[in-house]
Ligand binder design. Structure first.
Ligand SMILES: Nc1ncnc2c1ncn2[C@@H]1O[C@H](COP(=O)(O)OP(=O)(O)OP(=O)(O)O)[C@@H](O)[C@H]1O
Length: 588
């Protein structure tokens, strides 16, 4: 018996949930119900194909009886012809059934994929960040591929096999009820061991998938950080870490191997049992004249027909398991509580207020400890402080990406995290150094921010950030950009991102390292574009370079998660505190 190639799950440690078995069942049925007519058609075709397969043994039995009774050979020819026609019919019906099944599977897969993408887009940003792109990518690629194989191959194969088994049992029972009963003796054995296997396999394969991902991740981390490993002499530590992950992977593989090693031999026994028993019982009945030779041969041939579908089911049962586990991971994304979709209240104004804000990362020390801060509409606020003081954390909370562990952050009196993402992003936009260019046209990349803008508004937004290079593009706004289109360098990509901000027209822009990592030439161009973007808006800037702070309306100094100083540049310099010390040391 051949075992299908193991396709590893690219699972990873994650904060994204995995759906339980009941949810998987419910969602899988809902998916199939969405294509009910096709499903009925496929089942009908499989049943007709299975029924055609019942013709040959029955007629062979009749032939034998005819021979014994000395009937004319012309009847044998007719029977042989019918057997031939039935065999061809079975072949054709099977072919159509598989084709229809695969098409149905493709449609179901498409619906599933659309559903998944829609759910991912609704996920809270903070959760996506915590889960990391790896997990979502693994679910949308690896898991979708596994489900694809399950729908295209496993389900049709299993369906046809189940139909064959049901028809064989019915056919034998029609020949002789006692032999019909005998044909079922293997069933409890096969069902029991399959049940035993299925109960354990889901968690075992999930564990194996997770271990594989952890191993790949550990090796990739070692390769990616090879310079650091070399420089800090971490070789032995990395080898040790990889070995322990590898050992765990082997243990999980041994577990799934053990499951297969129990399953296959027991099933083989369960298959052989009815054939052997039918020959014994049928032989006795024949000896006592209770059964004709033709019926005995037909029954034995039918029972032999059980072997192939049972094996097919076993070959694909693992794939079904994997499909189930992958489905659970896709469905799990739908179990994340959606972000609020309706506004509870409309913010009264553009004032952003943090009150008694504490924030602690999972298992870490508090990053913010009781921050009170009001950002007035249109104010340019700089947040400064030593590394690890909590600047980025405060910025994330003020942009609403993350909720405070304690306290509130509101805009116009409404908690930021209660606002639907789209609404929040129309009010406050964070500009980072990440400037992704989406696959599509330049226009597509701009209208992500707002679908209300016409070409004139798009061009104006690009012009405002100094993106004059657009005029030299072959198709202007219709030029494809992104992975397969015209490449945009870092500065252009950042200008595109800033043009999006201009189009989104938020009242406040949050800047955290927007230009810190760019090379000086690119940074200069980007800073000019940035300055244009910020005109007329409030700005909260995490200031890594103090000249940003110098130009701000107000500066807050953070130390160990607390605001220690607040004031204008001149006031803080005059105060002679930690800002003055920072300024003096920076200014020389
Ligand atoms: N994802 C995270 N998980 C756990 N702890 C974190 C995480 N991000 C930050 N921290 C911790 O929270 C504290 C505040 O970090 P934060 O990045 O907000 O400081 P920062 O002032 O922006 O520092 P820097 O200027 O170095 O970026 C630090 O002690 C940091 O180690």
């Amino acid at each position: 018996m051949s075992v299908p190639q193991f396709v590893p799950h690219n699972t990873t440690e994650t904060t994204l949930p995995v759906a339980d078995a009941a949810t998987v069942r419910r969602e899988a049925f809902a998916l199939v119900r969405g294509d009910r007519t096709a499903m009925t058609m496929v089942v009908l075709l499989y049943c007709c194909a299975a029924a055609s397969g019942m013709v040959a043994p029955r007629l062979l039995g009749t032939m034998i009886n005819d021979f014994q009774a000395g009937r004319p050979t012309s009847r044998v020819d007719q029977l042989a012809l019918v057997i031939g026609v039935a065999a061809v019919l079975q072949l054709v019906l099977n072919r159509f059934a598989r084709y229809a099944g695969q098409r149905m599977g493709e449609r179901a897969l498409r619906r599933l994929r659309d559903q998944f993408v829609a759910r991912v887009l609704e996920l809270p940003t903070s959760l996506v960040e915590r889960a990391g792109t790896g997990d979502l990518l693994a679910r949308s690629t690896g898991d979708v591929a596994v489900i694809g194989t399950t729908f295209r191959e496993a389900l049709p194969q299993v369906l046809i096999s189940v139909a064959q088994i049901v028809f064989v049992v019915i056919a034998v029972a029609l020949l002789d009820p006692l032999l019909g009963l005998v044909s079922l003796v293997g069933l409890p054995v096969v069902l029991a061991v399959t049940r035993w296997y299925l109960r354990r396999a889901r968690s075992a394969y999930l564990a194996e998938g997770e271990a594989n991902t952890a191993l790949a991740g550990s090796l990739a981390a070692t390769v990616d950080g090879s310079g650091t490993v070399e420089a800090l002499g971490l070789r032995d530590a990395r080898i040790e870490a990889s070995e322990s992950v590898a050992e765990h992977t082997v243990a999980t593989r041994l577990r799934t191997l053990h499951l297969r090693n129990v399953l296959y031999p027991v099933v083989d026994f369960g298959q052989a049992l009815p054939v052997a028993l039918a020959l014994v019982v049928g032989g006795l009945l024949y000896q006592h004249g209770a059964l004709s030779l033709g019926v005995l041969v037909a029954a034995a041939l039918y029972l032999l027909q059980l072997v192939a579908p049972v094996e097919t089911i076993l070959i694909w049962v693992e794939q079904l398991q994997r499909g189930g586990a992958s489905f659970a991971r896709l469905a799990g994304v739908g179990q994340v509580p959606a972000e609020p979709v309706a506004l509870a209240d409309t913010p009264a104004d553009d004032r952003i207020e943090a009150t008694g804000v504490h924030y602690t990362y999972d298992g870490g020390r508090p990053a913010l400890r009781g921050v009170d801060l009001v950002v007035r509409p249109g104010e340019r606020l700089a947040v400064v402080g030593p590394s690890g003081a909590g600047k980025t954390t405060l910025a994330r909370l003020l942009s609403g990406v993350e909720a405070p562990t304690e306290g509130t952050v509101t805009v116009g009196g409404v908690p930021l995290v209660a606002l639907p993402t789209a609404d929040r992003c129309r009010r406050i936009v964070a500009v980072t150094q990440e400037h992704h260019v989406f696959m599509g046209t330049l226009r597509d990349n701009l209208t992500i921010a707002t679908d209300e803008a016409d070409d004139e508004a798009l061009s104006a937004a690009l012009a405002s950030v100094g993106a004059d290079w657009v005029d030299s593009l072959p198709d202007g706004l219709d030029t494809p950009v992104g992975a397969y289109g015209t490449g945009l360098d870092a500065a252009r990509a950042q200008q595109l991102a800033l043009a999006r901000v201009v189009l989104a027209d938020p009242h406040t822009v949050l800047l955290d390292e927007a230009t810190a990592m760019l090379d000086p030439r690119t940074a200069r161009r980007t800073e000019r574009a940035l300055a244009a973007t910020l005109v007329g808006r409030g700005v909260i800037a995490v200031a890594h370079r103090l000249h940003t702070a110098h130009d701000a309306d107000r500066i807050v100094v953070l130390r160990e998660g607390r605001i220690t100083e607040t004031g204008t540049h001149d006031e803080l310099v005059a105060l002679g505190g930690s800002y003055a010390a920072l300024w003096n040391s920076w200014h020389g």
